[in-house]
Design a protein. Structure first.
Length: 96
């Protein structure tokens, strides 16, 4: 989903929860950007041939399995987005 669509969706959710304030626009903008990047990372992962783990050869020449970096990016964006959702009062904990 594009950033503009995310902004509209976030604003709507804030209004429905009764937490929307015009001065939250900066936070809404940032959250929309994070969600757009998260979606992009997910699309990249889904298009790729690699799974959750990929092979990586270290300096000594040994091959190990490590978490796919695109999955790590997706997880980081998801955690960051959750913090913003909470700050906007859009999670059960944040609404309290």
């Amino acid at each position: 989903m594009k950033k503009t669509a995310w902004k509209n969706r976030i604003r709507k959710a804030c209004r429905e929860a009764g937490t929307y304030k015009p001065y939250f626009e900066g936070v809404i903008q940032t959250l929309a950007e994070v969600l757009e990047k998260r979606d992009e990372a997910q699309r990249t992962y889904e298009k790729g041939e690699e799974g959750l783990l990929i092979e990586q050869t270290n300096k000594a020449g040994f091959t190990n399995y490590v978490k796919n970096p695109i999955v790590s990016i997706w997880e980081d964006m998801n955690k960051l987005a959750l913090n913003y959702w909470r700050d906007l009062g859009l999670t059960p904990a944040g609404l309290k």
